[in-house]
Design a protein around this ligand. Structure first.
Ligand SMILES: Cc1ncc(CO)c(N)n1
Length: 231
């Protein structure tokens, strides 16, 4: 399964586990990163009520992301052998504070009342999945893989809406830039390197669990996008 010679891993040597899994599960990966909701934004056909539903639901999700990232930070303190992991993760935590403020500002721009939002099933399922990963017994390699995948799906999806050929409506550009910008892309590559380094040293049962977590993230992301179409 190692295979590959160079390039897509971003590190030295052969292809990392994460790049291998992206290839192996590419049909599902593509369904998560090229969802009709995202394609609708990039071709300008998106229904703005779908966008508002996504915005409200994602605010709830990102709030749950704070304790999730805190649990990863805790595991990095205890188990990581590389001090720079902490810097990358702390940068992510700082960005979350800014992100939550952005959601409140964006919601008021679209007249979305965040206080009255009822979390939908796909969102609750995804948040429960995050909670299951927060348990202390879940290995650092598994949670950092899940975290990398969650961030990368958004990075890849929204960067599609920034391509020169896309027709993203002006009022949605800020949203697309938030996750599609190159510095967020750089952050995702840093997370990928951490995940690959941990997976390289991990025993086979942990590697198996990390791959499963990657697949579960893709499923949850697809269901999350689907939610924007539901009434
Ligand atoms: C559902 C979902 N996945 C990923 C991200 C990226 O942070 C997000 N904000 N929401």
């Amino acid at each position: 399964m190692e295979g590959g010679s160079s390039g897509s891993d971003g590190g030295g040597g052969g292809m990392g586990k994460t790049a291998t899994w992206m290839k192996l599960h590419s049909p599902m990966y593509d369904r998560a990163t090229r969802h009709p909701f995202i394609l609708g934004i990039s071709d300008g056909s998106v229904d703005l009520s779908a966008f508002k539903r996504w915005l409200a639901q994602d605010y709830i999700f990102v709030r749950e992301f704070v304790p999730f990232l805190a649990s990863i930070l805790l595991k990095a303190c205890k188990h990581s052998d590389d001090e720079s992991d902490m810097e990358v993760l702390l940068g992510g935590m700082a960005a979350l504070s800014d992100e939550l403020a952005w959601f409140r500002k964006e919601a008021s721009k679209w007249d979305v009342n965040l206080a009255g939002v009822i979390p939908q099933k796909a969102n609750m399922d995804y948040c429960s999945f995050l909670q299951s990963l927060m348990l202390p017994e879940v290995d650092y390699a598994v949670v950092i893989t899940a975290f990398w995948a969650i961030e990368t799906v958004y990075q890849e999806s929204f960067s599609l809406c920034l391509h020169s050929s896309s027709k993203t409506p002006e009022e949605l550009m800020e949203t697309c830039q938030r996750w599609g910008n190159t510095s967020f892309g750089h952050y995702c590559r840093s997370l990928q390197k951490i995940a690959d380094r941990c997976l390289e040293k991990a025993p086979s049962d942990i590697i198996k669990r990390a791959e499963e977590a990657f697949i579960r993230v893709l499923e949850h992301e697809i269901n999350f996008w689907n939610m924007s179409f539901a009434e």
